[in-house]
Design a protein around this ligand. Structure first.
Ligand SMILES: NC(=O)c1ccc[n+]([C@@H]2O[C@H](COP(=O)([O-])OP(=O)(O)OC[C@H]3O[C@@H](n4cnc5c(N)ncnc54)[C@H](O)[C@@H]3O)[C@@H](O)[C@H]2O)c1
Ligand SMILES: N[C@H](CO)Cc1c[nH]c[nH+]1
Ligand SMILES: [Zn+2]
Length: 433
């Protein structure tokens, strides 16, 4: 991790460096992804089987691509019962949090003889991508499926890459079953996104694709947007810790590494007002890296996208944090709630020294699929809202329309849209004579 003084210039340089990780800057993979999508669209299952062989080094066929009830049963036998209990406990928290996001249809009568409203309807069929390349993510299974279930989606189609043995990781399968996936397919990467967007002989076309993934998945989601809807593109994980001298350097170091271990492209940033504290965190980071299992990934991520920034004061630290707009932000200061009120841009905010980021990854309840790469300036966490659409409702009685029909006719005529004006006027032509 580089220790740098926080200035306007250093913030600008860091932002530029972080942006290198955006799917928008991975043009070199775009043509490969387009080629994969084109092949899936034209050749369907055949292309899926070929890409699975090429990228996942395993064989899937028409008979084996869909996970069977038997495989799910085997998965339950393979997973530690204690983990199944933890998954169930996490599910309770995640469900209860997302239930509070549910929006009801509403109808109102502002004027006599009228009714206006907004009808909330769940999406019919949703595709959930669950990453499975460098690590397995049963927690992401819960985070993607629960809001869809709470919204009332009819059919949830999950895809995830198979391992070299041609099987899906058992804990991923258990999480999928517990959360309520309807169908699970063994396919990953851009080819999975193509299958969900266009449909193949085995995999049904969906209305929306959600779920994080690597650069191939992200670029494929961008490319199929319009054929289907997508959630925001969740890229490599990010953590930004805002801390003062009251924070525990060992805890902060541990939290920074929790996200660095996701990916070589993950970012871990500390912004602090204390130089002494910064030095202690740096020392703790070095100590931890030696003993953690994914040290190569962690080291690369820290070398490329790890920073310790020394700020003159907390207001400047907050200003820089808002400019970076990190996926996760931890606030470990003497007055964390006050600081939180000044934070404008962050996917999720963790307050105080015990609210370590992995608490949110697994258990607290809020969604861990969050905007990355500065998109927290305009995107939000995955939520129940992602799985519904809203239709406006309009009802006017003849009497209510009579009151205002001239206004509409005048408005339409001003746009020279006489057919519009006529469709209102025709209802009152008898009365005008
Ligand atoms: N934001 C979140 O909520 C969240 C949650 C979990 C994971 N993540 C992120 O998701 C990502 C997961 O990535 P991953 O790689 O582990 O799993 P992944 O499932 O996204 O990708 C694996 C797939 O990539 C494809 N692939 C690999 N090399 C390829 C190549 N050269 N050409 C074409 N396709 C290729 C293969 O088809 C493979 O199945 C990580 O960046 C992680 O940080 C984010
Ligand atoms: N931190 C990731 C989102 O950036 C989510 C995750 C899943 N498992 C562990 N962590
Ligand atoms: Zn994580």
């Amino acid at each position: 991790m580089r220790t740098v003084a926080l200035t306007k210039e250093s913030t600008k340089d860091i932002l530029e460096n972080l942006l290198k990780r955006s799917p928008n800057n991975y043009g070199k993979f775009e043509s490969a992804v387009d080629e994969i999508l084109k092949n899936v669209k034209e050749k369907g299952d055949e292309a899926l089987f070929a890409y699975t062989k090429e990228f996942d080094k395993t064989e899937v066929t028409k008979e084996t691509i869909r996970v069977t009830e038997e495989e799910i049963k085997e998965a339950y036998e393979a997973v530690d019962p204690a983990l199944i209990e933890v998954i169930r406990k996490a599910l309770v928290n995640i469900r209860s949090y997302h239930e509070k996001q549910r929006q009801n249809s509403w109808f109102t009568t502002e004027a006599k003889g009228t009714m206006l409203g907004q009808k909330v309807t769940p999406l019919e069929r949703v595709g959930v991508y669950v990453p499975g390349g460098k690590a397995v993510y049963p927690s992401s299974v819960l985070m993607n499926i629960v809001p869809a279930k709470v919204a009332g989606v009819d059919q949830i189609v999950m895809t995830t890459p198979p391992g070299k043995d041609g099987k899906v990781n058992p804990s991923t399968l258990v999480a999928a079953k517990e959360a309520g996936a309807d169908e699970i397919y063994k396919v990953g990467g851009a080819q999975a996104i193509g299958a969900l967007a266009y449909g193949t002989e085995s995999i049904p076309k969906v209305d929306k694709i959600v779920g994080p993934g690597n650069i191939f998945v992200a670029l494929a989601k961008k490319a199929v947007y319009g054929y289907v809807s997508i959630d925001s593109i969740a890229g490599p994980s990010e953590i930004l810790v805002l801390a003062d001298e009251t924070a525990n350097p060992r805890y902060v170091a541990a939290d920074l590494l929790s996200q660095a271990e996701h990916d070589e492209l993950a970012s871990a940033i500390l912004i602090t007002t204390s130089r002494e504290f910064a030095a202690k965190v740096s020392e703790e980071v070095d100590g931890f890296v030696k003993i953690l299992s994914r040290k190569e990934i962690i080291q690369k991520s820290l070398d490329n996208f790890g920073y310790i920034l020394i700020a003159e004061n907390m207001d400047k630290a907050i200003e820089a944090a808002n400019a970076i707009a990190s996926e996760h932000m931890e606030i470990v200061t003497a007055n964390p709630f006050e600081v939180m009120m000044k934070v404008r841009n962050a996917g999720a905010i963790f307050i105080g020294e015990n609210s370590s980021e992995p608490l949110g990854d697994y258990f607290a309840g809020p969604n861990h699929v969050l905007p990355t790469n500065g998109t927290a300036k305009f995107f939000s966490a995955l939520s129940v809202d992602d799985f519904v659409k809203k239709s406006s409702i309009v009802y006017y009685s003849r009497e209510a329309l009579r009151e205002i029909h001239k206004d509409i006719e005048q408005f339409a005529t001003s746009e020279q849209l006489t057919a519009h004006a006529n469709s209102i006027a025709v209802r009152f032509e008898d009365e005008e004579q």
